[in-house]
Design a protein around this ligand. Structure first.
Ligand code: ADP
Length: 438
């Protein structure tokens, strides 16, 4: 507190010499408010606004009035903002509206704020809204908040594309199809493009489908929720559909959200494969959720993943559902070099010939490469235990490890080749053929 006082004195002193320095004035106002000297702070902010109309200053002033319990003044102040409103401004508008006993307005602004920045979620405020909302018989939107949002399912991944080696073409595709539309929804909509929907990732196991789905959420700062199909299927009939519905509802409340469904073939398996009535009901529920007839699916993206795309029900591929299908191929030489770098990062290594190792790992998946690194690390640990000295991982350990780990994509590639050659309707598997012909 003493530091704050000293700071204030210094800044006010400096202001005497350059009273026209508006950023300095704003800083002084912020410090004064922080120290509880609201009235003085407000005075400075008003003087700034007489000279320039800056939305951030308006917002500070509105917040100061709000803190003083002057809700009408705070509201009038926010109304002066003409340009784009930020999530913080909307949140403040929501709080002011609630203080002015207008819970519906508060709920609408709160929801808008969360749409832009889900991290502004404020449980206490929501509870207050519920109490007020019930009294005021607010519309459905407010009532929706009353449901238990099972928010624990939501993640905010920190993984980004930098953590995913190779897959450059796929990353570019994801940028165009997912990230840019999420970041610029209005622009994309104005060209008739959609921002949500479904994308199916397919390819051999261990090549990074789950990994890239998580990194996609990290790249666009979206929530991520992963659906565990087997856990959902374990529930008794009727409950699975309800769980699936609740998961989508949670995702909608916290949009933008990426819902990841691994092993999509387990619920969206082709009908010819003979589904049980239980799975069929679940497939239908998934179709209903994706069609979003009764709900707002903007900014909800469903990423499905499967190793067996040929078993995925064709109903799931219709427009509005998983209408974009992307191949996640085994990493090429360049990508393998990158993946080795990623997995060896932060491990004790001797100068490694990455290209040499990568050349010996044709058809290895990303997961196989991780296994190679783990095996080499075990060798280094064994030597360290024997000698009592720290041993780095070396190129020859990695080459030795390559012999112990078998590439896991071969079987998949031979099955995929059959499907791509003999049942490639509408060219769905052209990418596999292109890859195999390389
Ligand atoms: P899939 O979902 O395709 O079966 P995963 O995404 O679960 O495969 O990948 C398994 C593990 O393999 C990941 O957790 C990661 O450690 C490693 N991996 C796979 N692909 C890559 C990649 N492109 N870059 C870095 N690591 C990868």
């Amino acid at each position: 507190m003493q530091d704050l006082q000293k700071n204030i004195t210094a800044v006010l002193e400096a202001l005497k010499y350059s009273p026209e320095n508006l950023p300095l004035k704003k800083h002084a106002a912020q410090l004064l408010i922080q120290a509880g000297r609201h009235e003085e702070g407000i005075l400075h902010l008003e003087e700034i606004l007489e000279k320039e109309s800056d939305p951030d200053t308006v917002c500070l002033l509105a917040q100061a009035w709000y803190d003083q319990g002057q809700f009408r003044k705070a509201q009038a102040c926010l109304q002066r903002i003409t340009g784009e409103t930020t999530a913080q401004m909307l949140m403040l508008a929501a709080k002011i509206a609630l203080a002015l006993e207008d819970p519906q307005e508060a709920a609408d602004r709160y929801e808008e704020a969360l749409e832009r920045d889900p991290s502004l979620e404020d449980r206490e405020f929501r509870e207050e809204l519920q109490q007020q909302g019930v009294k005021a018989k607010a519309r459905m939107k407010v009532l929706e908040f009353q449901k238990d949002p099972s928010d624990h399912d939501l993640e905010r991944p920190t993984l980004t594309f930098q953590d995913v080696g190779g897959l450059e073409q796929l990353k570019e595709n994801i940028r165009m199809n997912i990230i840019y539309p999420f970041q610029n929804p209005d622009l994309f909509r104005s060209y008739g493009k959609k921002t949500g929907g479904g994308i199916l990732l397919y390819g051999p196991p261990g090549c990074g489908k789950t990994f890239i789905a998580r990194a996609t959420a990290g790249e666009c700062n979206a929530h991520f929720v992963s659906l565990d199909i087997h856990q959902i299927l374990d529930f008794y009939i009727g409950q699975s559909e309800k769980n699936l519905h609740e998961l989508f509802e949670t995702a909608r409340r916290h949009a933008p959200t990426i819902i990841f469904i691994d092993e999509l073939d387990a619920i969206g398996g082709s009908r010819q494969k003979g589904q049980s009535p239980h799975t069929r009901a679940l497939t239908n529920q998934l179709l209903n959720e994706m069609d979003g007839i009764h709900s707002d699916n903007r900014d909800i993206l469903v990423l499905g993943a499967t190793n067996t795309p040929w078993f995925v029900d064709s109903a799931l591929r219709r427009p509005g559902r998983f209408d974009r299908v992307l191949f996640v191929a085994p990493p090429d030489l360049e990508a393998r070099v990158e993946i080795l770098h990623i997995h060896l990062k932060e491990k004790p290594v001797e100068e490694i010939d990455y290209v040499k190792v990568a050349k010996k790992t044709d058809r290895f998946s990303g997961a196989d490469l991780r296994a190679v690194v783990d095996t080499a690390a075990d060798m280094a640990i064994r030597e360290a235990m024997k000698t009592g000295q720290k041993r780095p991982i070396t190129t020859s350990m990695l080459i030795q490890a390559v012999k112990e780990v078998k590439p896991s994509t071969l079987e998949w590639l031979s099955t995929a080749k059959n499907y791509a050659t003999y049942s490639n309707e509408a060219g769905t598997y052209d990418e596999i053929l292109k890859y195999l012909n390389k």
